[in-house]
Design a protein around this ligand. Structure first.
Ligand code: IPM
Ligand code: MG
Length: 347
């Protein structure tokens, strides 16, 4: 029996994770769930955002179902104790280097998109974001300049092995989709990106059937709102992927609809909605649970080899949306639980 570590975390994390649990329970897949605190909730309970027990559970489990971390009440803490360190620590310690963020428009949500419906309707892309390197994990610090000014720095770096393994994930995903891979970088300015582009080109020799193109990140941000239908799979580094995936979410209506999978080299993973903890609406039953529910589907597909059950969940969410179910972020008035009910009713 598969063991699932459930880490609800902060803000709306617990509310949306509860709905994902209800959907998984309804499918009666024989999963065993064990819950542990993470993020600000763990700091309050155990004085650390990623307590050793929580990390041990995540390591022992077959997959991790994650909610969200972060709360302004912890902004004053030193960086190592902030809630965000929990998710960064989990990604690093579990070796979750490959972050898959599928972005597509659910029919019915055309009007929720920030784009014109005829442009939004075309969107069906996958962002493959490198997740354990880049400026996120490089040397960082504060200091003083020679003239005494306060200074801060963060090192952006990748080595060729890190680039090659995420490039492979991108090529493999493209081969299974429409055969087009776009690598996004800033090679006109950054040395890290110049290396990135070199390595991606080298890896492309092993994937003759995939058409590889390159784009600078500023242009990619522009194209994402101008003509997002042109994209199939986008592979990019940690920082650019973070920014582009938030942008992409608005193109399909709401960040409340976007799930993600973060996988290690063996396909074990952590599954989380890409939205954060949304402290402004936490505890009010307003959050959209679809991203969490769709993340549970990704867990079934990628870590537990239950693709049929994953399809059932995806279809149920699509049917609920098509049937008019809408939380506030989508312009409706359903509560988190009522949205969960609408999905369950379609299962
Ligand atoms: C994300 C989030 C995280 C990130 C934060 C919470 C550290 O924005 O998963 O996209 O920057 O990676
Ligand atoms: Mg982000």
């Amino acid at each position: 029996m598969a063991l699932i570590a459930v880490l609800p975390g902060d803000g709306i994390g617990p509310e949306v994770t509860a709905e994902a649990r209800r959907v998984l329970d309804a499918l009666a897949l024989g999963l065993v769930f064990e819950e542990a605190p993470v993020g600000g909730a763990a700091y309050l309970a155990a004085a650390h955002p990623l307590p050793p027990e929580t990390l041990a559970l995540a390591e022992r489990a077959d997959a991790v179902l994650f909610g969200a971390v972060g709360d302004p009440q912890f902004d004053g803490l030193e960086r190592d104790l902030r809630p965000e360190q929990a998710i960064l620590g989990l990604r690093k310690k579990l070796g979750l280097f490959a972050n898959l963020r599928p972005v597509r428009l659910f029919p019915g949500l055309e009007d929720a998109s920030a784009l014109r419906p005829e442009i939004a309707r075309e969107i069906d892309l996958l962002i493959v974001r490198e997740l354990t390197g880049d400026i996120y994990f490089g040397e960082k610090g504060r200091g003083r300049t020679a003239t005494g000014l306060r200074e801060g720095h963060d090192l952006m770096r990748y080595d060729e092995a890190e680039v090659a393994r995420i490039a492979r994930v991108g090529f493999e995903a493209a081969a299974k989709r429409h055969g087009r891979l776009l690598s996004v970088d800033k090679a006109n300015v950054l040395e890290t990106s110049a290396l990135w582009r070199e390595i991606v080109n080298e890896v492309s020799r092993d994937f003759r059937d995939v058409r590889l193109t390159h784009m600078y990140v500023d242009n990619a941000a522009m194209q994402l709102v101008r003509a997002p239908g042109q994209f199939d799979v986008i592979v990019t580094g940690n920082l650019f992927g973070d920014i582009l995936s938030d942008q992409a979410s608005m193109c399909v209506g709401s960040i409340g609809m976007l799930p993600s999978a973060s996988l290690d080299e063996d396909g074990k993973g952590l599954f989380e909605p890409i939205h954060g903890s949304a402290p402004d609406i936490a505890g009010q039953g307003k959050a959209n649970p679809c991203a969490a529910i769709l993340s549970a589907a990704m867990m079934l597909r990628h870590s537990l080899r239950m693709p049929a059950s994953a399809d059932l969940i995806d279809s149920a969410v699509a049917a609920a949306i098509a049937g008019g179910a809408r939380t506030a972020d989508l312009g409706g008035d359903l509560s988190t639980q009522a949205m969960g009910d609408a999905v369950l009713a379609q299962l």
